[in-house]
Design a protein around this ligand. Structure first.
Ligand SMILES: Nc1ncnc2c1ncn2[C@@H]1O[C@H](COP(=O)(O)OP(=O)(O)OP(=O)(O)O)[C@@H](O)[C@H]1O
Ligand SMILES: [Mg+2]
Length: 268
């Protein structure tokens, strides 16, 4: 039995990730405690998606070790790897839903890790645990869209269905890779608020974000990457415009980061 209070949910020790000659991440060491809500920022190509995929156990480190929920990902195979992946929920930027499947089935995909093959197949004909799917949809205010098809929903609604699927999956770690960049500002804010609401209190969240205004919604910690290296690790209140200039380089202007109000600009 792993003592969750003593063991961080996510642990990187001297992690390098290389593909061929390319270095995607370099010598990364960090720990993320259970229940922590972390935003991952950095310019395009910084390594954010790579880092999330290493946590999800769909990529292995080239050097060093990645431990998630006490298991070293690179050493797991078959059943053990599946067991770990079931405890991790992953929300993508878009295309989270299976197009031809009604909302109820898309939500119930979150249960597949807990079901037998027979129950999963039967559920396609006669949806199982509909009440659970409905309750999850109600939490994202889509209770009445149980039988809709994904293409009858807006982008923001589709993201909320994907969050309902995370709710029924009951993962211990939730990862989201730029879940708001295809949405307008208001919907983006809603999606991040939902993610923050379903995590904390023992459920860990790591979200990569381009929209830095959303950092103030309740993240405990910010990790900033640039060129595969960690440039900043601290609470959102410690970010300053000077730091953001170092982190984003040329993108600083494009993203209009000068206009972003920050607590970390002492005296400005
Ligand atoms: N399969 C791959 N083979 C070679 N290089 C790759 C591969 N996947 C990613 N990279 C490179 O690794 C670097 C980090 O990529 P990653 O996708 O993690 O960045 P990111 O921070 O998520 O960027 P973005 O904000 O654009 O999504 C980039 O320079 C990218 O070109
Ligand atoms: Mg990315």
């Amino acid at each position: 039995m792993i003592d969750r209070a003593a063991t961080p949910d996510i642990e990187f020790e001297g992690v390098d990730k290389r593909i061929g000659e390319r270095v995607l991440l370099r010598d990364l060491t960090l720990r993320i405690a259970a229940g922590q809500r972390t935003a991952l920022i950095g310019p395009s190509g910084a390594g954010k998606t790579t880092l999330l995929r290493l946590i999800a156990g769909v990529l292995w480190p080239s050097g060093g070790a990645v431990r998630v929920l006490g298991r070293t990902t690179g050493t797991l195979h078959g059943r053990e790897l599946c067991r770990l992946r079931r405890q991790i929920g992953f929300l993508y930027q878009q295309d989270n839903l299976v197009p031809g499947l009604r909302v109820v089935h898309n939500v119930l995909i979150g249960r597949l890790g807990k079901w037998s093959l027979g129950k999963a197949l039967w559920s396609l004909l006669r949806p199982q645990e509909v009440a659970r799917a409905h309750a999850a949809l109600q939490r994202v205010e889509l209770g009445e869209r149980l039988w809709a098809l994904p293409d009858e929903l807006s982008g923001g609604e589709q993201q909320r269905v994907a969050i309902a699927r995370l709710l029924v999956q009951e993962p211990r770690v939730v990862l989201a890779d730029e879940p708001v960049s295809s949405l307008d500002i208001r919907l983006g804010r809603e999606v991040v608020q939902l993610l923050l609401g379903l995590t904390g209190a023992g459920r860990t969240l790591v979200v990569s974000l381009h929209t830095l205004d959303l950092l103030g919604l309740g993240f405990d910690r910010v990790l900033a990457l640039r060129g595969g290296e960690l440039l900043f690790d601290g609470p959102p209140a410690d970010l300053s415009h000077d730091l953001l200039r170092q982190i984003y380089g040329a993108e600083y202007q494009t993203l209009h980061l000068d206009d972003l109000p920050l607590a970390g600009d002492a005296g400005t």
